[in-house]
Structure formats: structure tokens, C-alpha cells
Design a protein around this ligand. Structure first.
Ligand code: ADP
Length: 492
């Protein structure tokens, strides 16, 4: 069974800003259950150090151009037997604020340096230059923060060199974030100069971290089959569609799973009343609790929810246009999120103006996120693009009907309500044809019409709750991919 080094800049429950953390927290556990020897590697943010147990220094790394030493620590993730290697360099990672942003929400000025250092440290471990008694057979990298790893690995392992070849897999969780920096930064990072080329890291005169993964990884994956197709086209490819299309035979979409221990209404300790299909009255109690929490009237009107980053991608502009129409649609809406200040301000103003039907909580609150999933009747996700999306799958599991756009992982995980799909009991949610406000309002009308037919609604909820999005299925696909690479010297 393969030895896998899983490189990531965040992992639940150590540190999380989005879906990448959910994947990094759950996939290694599922791979281990299949027999893989997996270690994750991530930067030593203070939050990570405070949550790991049995942490000890196992080595020191020397990286040319970096003053002082970098410690490599090993600790255990809470509630699992997964070991985490942690790259500890205080000047880069020991600071207040988020992993990518300062406490004011501005990107750290030295993000390129921080993640170049992290990537070089990952390569030291991968190439057995870290003085530890373990070497992976494969390195699985995630998003731009680890994009330099496949590039450095490939340059460090030219074909004529004897010894084991360590292949890399690069997973795109969101192509919109690419790690683009000016040319001078590239030259300041001490990378091999041959990487400054259109066929390597250069992208329209800038340095692109993500291109390191897209050009040099032995395999590229993304988090849903539909998104794997979409990024090969101009609309969603950000100018990288040519490269991705060129590499299409090495590009696969593997749908994320959901962590059934964390997101399961039967055992979820973060919700007021646990429930399953046979005691759905508890879901109604959760709805009333949520209405009370947000200060909304405890009616039986359709209660909608939204959780997520308040950014253009998530279609928050569409939701803003929906809010003044909620009353007329006999619906209430609760939002939990943080993001761009213009959206935060608009939502706060709308909450004052439409306080009878709409409330917002700005911030990040894991426990409230669970209570929203458990309490709402339907969940809004009108994303402009969505590599996979997790909340629509959590919603299905919690009997909260997803209302989503027909893109990426949303298309792959939600079956649209129609006469045919209702009859065959295959419908699980509502798909918008186009991501615009008119379409969203039209769809909410369809939702409320069905909500008024309790039998049909219950059947829709039942089909949704019976869907399986487990990590085992996804992990098996990753394992197959790893095995196909390990048996070869190189795939190029
Ligand atoms: P993305 O990774 O694009 O942000 P995903 O749907 O893939 O979106 O994953 C987002 C994850 O982060 C989900 O688990 C979601 O519940 C969680 N999340 C996002 N914003 C918040 C918030 N403000 N409070 C709590 N959880 C949040």
C-alpha cells in the first residue's frame, strides 16, 4: 500500500478557511482506512500547534537562502491516528491572523516567500533530505500554496538519475486562486531560473504558483468531474484552459465526500435535537430553535439558509437581490458568513430593513453552521462556479433541500426536481439554469409551491437524506490513481 505525503496549507480540525480543510482532514483518514501509510504536512500556524497532540521535533531542515533553521515537528491529529508533519519557521508562520491574511483581512505581504519555503520543506521530506526515517512513494499536493512542489520535485529528479522516482499528484480545489506574483519575487525566491518560462511558472509576465502543479505534476485532479471539464474552457479556465486541455488525459475529476462523523444529524453534538428520517419532528424543533436564535418569528414559512464566504463566486449578489422579495415569497432567510466588506455592509443594511424575514451573522462559526444545516428547510448555493461545494452535500444529509446553480460539483451532486424525477424518486434539489436573480426568484417560487405539498416535500427530503457521499468512494479513486503512478517510473 502506498506511502503518501499529503501537502496542504489547511486541515480540519487544525485550521480551516474553506473546503480545502474539510478535504485535508477527511481524505487522509479514508486513505488510511484503505491501508495507505499517510502523513499530512502543513505549516506550523499557532492554531495548528495548539491542537496537535504528542508533538515533538524530529528534524531540522536547512534551505539555501533561508536564515536560521527550520524545525520539522511531528504530532497527532485529534481523534484520528493520522500523523502530521509540521514545518516550523516562526518568522513565516507564527503570527496572529489567518493562514493567508493579516487580522485586517489583507493578504500577508510575504505569502510567496512563506509558501515557497513550505513547498521547499515538503520537497526535502519527499526526497529523503530531511533526516527522518520515512520517505513517501507519492506526494499529493493541494492548491497554489503547494504548487511549487511538483516543479521542484521534477527538476530534482531528472530521468537519468538512478533511484526511486517520487511522483506527484496536484489537486485543484479552486482554480480562481493561483498565487500570482511579480517577476522580481520569482527571482528573489531562489528557484531554478529555468522555471521562468511560459512552459513553466511564467504566466503573462507574472509568476504563477499554481502552474507549478498544472505543468509538472504527474497527475492533476480536481474535486468534481464536471469542474474538470469546465476548467478546460475559457469561461472557467482563467487563461489556463489551453494548458489544462493539453493535459486532459492526465486530468481527472473526483467528487469530494463528506465526513460522516462530523456531518451527520443522527450524532451531531453541535445541533440541539438529533434526528433521522424516522424522527423528522426533531428537525422542526431545530428550525424553531434557529428562528429563535436569529430573532425571527417561529412560523412554518419556508426557512432558507446560506453559509459561506461572502464573495462574488458564491452568488451573494443574487441573494442580495432576493432579500427584498422574501416576504412576498413567504420565505425567511438566515445567513452566516464573512468576506468582502461591501457584501457584509449590504447584508447588514438589508437585515435592518427586512428584519421580519432576514437576519445575518457576520463571522466564522462552525457550531452555528451545523445548526443552520439542521434547522433550515432549504439551502441556497447560487454559485457562479463551484469546483465541488460541500454545503449542498451537508444539506442533503441534513434534509435541507439544496437550491443550486447548474455548475461544477453542484451539477454532479444534486438532481433537479421535475415531474419525471419526482415520480421516479430521484429528485434531490433545485437547479437554476442561469446564475441570475430572476432565475433565483423563479426557482424559489417553484420551491415554495412544492413546500406546500408536504407529502411530495417529505419524499424529496427522504431521497436527499439517502444519498451517499462518503469519503471511502473518493479515497478508492485516489488510491487507484496513486497505484497507477507508483508502478511507473514517470508518466511523461
Ligand atoms: P469554499 O471552499 O469555496 O469556501 P465549500 O462549500 O467547498 O466552499 O466549503 C466551505 C466550508 O467552509 C464548508 O464546510 C462551510 O460550512 C464552511 N464555512 C464557510 N463559511 C463559514 C462560516 N462563516 N462559518 C462556518 N463555516 C463556514
Amino acid at each position: 500500500m502506498p506511502k503518501v505525503l499529503f501537502a496542504t496549507s489547511e486541515a480540519h480540525p487544525l485550521i480551516k478557511t474553506g473546503g480545502l480543510a474539510d478535504v485535508s482532514g477527511a481524505l487522509p483518514i479514508a486513505l488510511r482506512a484503505l491501508g495507505c501509510d499517510v502523513k499530512i504536512i502543513l505549516p506550523a500556524y499557532p492554531e495548528v500547534l495548539s491542537k496537535l497532540s504528542q508533538t515533538k521535533t524530529i528534524s531540522q531542515l536547512y534551505i539555501p537562502g533561508i536564515a536560521g533553521t527550520i524545525k520539522l515537528l511531528e504530532g497527532k491529529l485529534p481523534d484520528s491516528n493520522i500523523k502530521a508533519l509540521v514545518v516550523d519557521y516562526a518568522a513565516a508562520f507564527k503570527r496572529d491572523g489567518g493562514p493567508y491574511q493579516d487580522p485586517e483581512g489583507k493578504p500577508w505581504q510575504d505569502n510567496a516567500e512563506r509558501f515557497a519555503l513550505f513547498s521547499k520543506a515538503v520537497c526535502k521530506v519527499a526526497l529523503k533530505q530531511a533526516n527522518i526515517n520515512w520517505q513517501p512513494e507519492i506526494v499529493h499536493c493541494n492548491d497554489w500554496q503547494t504548487g511549487l512542489v511538483p516543479a521542484i520535485l521534477r527538476l530534482s529528479q531528472p530521468a537519468q538519475i538512478e533511484g526511486p522516482y517520487i511522483p506527484s499528484v496536484f489537486t485543484i480545489h479552486n482554480l480562481a486562486y493561483q498565487g500570482l506574483y511579480p517577476q522580481e519575487i520569482f527571482f528573489a525566491l531562489g528557484l531554478p531560473t529555468e522555471l521562468w518560462s511560459h512552459s513553466a511558472l511564467e504566466f503573462h509576465n507574472q509568476m504563477s504558483f499554481i502552474k507549478g502543479g498544472l505543468v509538472f505534476a504527474d497527475r492533476i485532479t480536481t474535486v468534481s468531474p464536471q469542474y474538470a471539464l469546465e476548467i478546460q474552457n475559457k469561461k472557467f479556465g482563467y487563461g489556463l484552459e489551453g494548458l489544462l486541455s493539453h493535459r486532459r488525459s492526465q486530468l481527472t475529476g473526483i467528487l469530494n465526500g463528506i465526513d460522516d462523523k462530523v456531518w451527520n444529524p443522527i450524532i451531531d453534538p453541535l445541533i440541539k435535537n438529533n434526528y433521522d428520517l424516522d424522527n423528522m419532528q426533531n428537525k422542526s424543533l431545530n428550525k424553531h430553535y434557529l428562528q429563535k436564535y436569529y430573532g425571527l418569528e417561529q412560523t412554518n414559512d419556508l426557512l432558507l439558509g446560506f453559509i459561506g464566504r461572502l464573495v462574488e463566486q458564491k452568488g451573494i449578489d443574487l441573494i442580495i437581490k432576493l432579500i427584498p422579495r422574501l416576504k412576498q415569497l413567504s420565505a425567511q432567510l438566515v445567513i452566516l458568513g464573512s468576506g468582502e466588506s461591501t457584501f457584509e455592509t449590504q447584508l447588514k443594511q438589508l437585515a435592518k430593513k427586512h428584519s421580519d424575514v432576514f437576519r445575518v451573522q457576520i463571522g466564522y462559526d462552525e457550531a452555528l453552521a451545523h445548526k443552520i444545516e439542521a434547522g433550515v428547510d432549504a439551502f441556497l448555493m447560487p454559485s457562479k462556479f463551484e469546483p465541488c461545494g460541500l454545503n449542498q452535500m451537508y444539506s442533503l444529509r441534513y434534509g435541507s433541500i439544496p437550491i443550486v446553480t447548474n455548475v461544477g460539483g453542484l451539477s454532479d451532486s444534486v438532481v433537479n426536481v421535475s415531474d419525471k424525477t419526482l415520480k421516479s424518486n430521484t429528485a434531490t434539489g433545485f437547479l437554476l439554469d442561469e446564475p441570475n436573480a430572476t432565475e433565483l426568484i423563479k426557482t424559489i417560487n417553484r420551491v415554495t409551491a412544492l413546500y406546500k405539498k408536504p407529502k411530495q416535500w417529505a419524499s424529496l427530503v427522504k431521497t436527499g437524506m439517502s444519498q451517499q457521499f462518503n469519503w471511502q468512494t473518493s479515497a478508492k479513486q485516489y488510491l487507484k490513481l496513486y497505484q497507477s503512478l507508483i508502478s511507473k517510473t514517470t508518466s511523461f
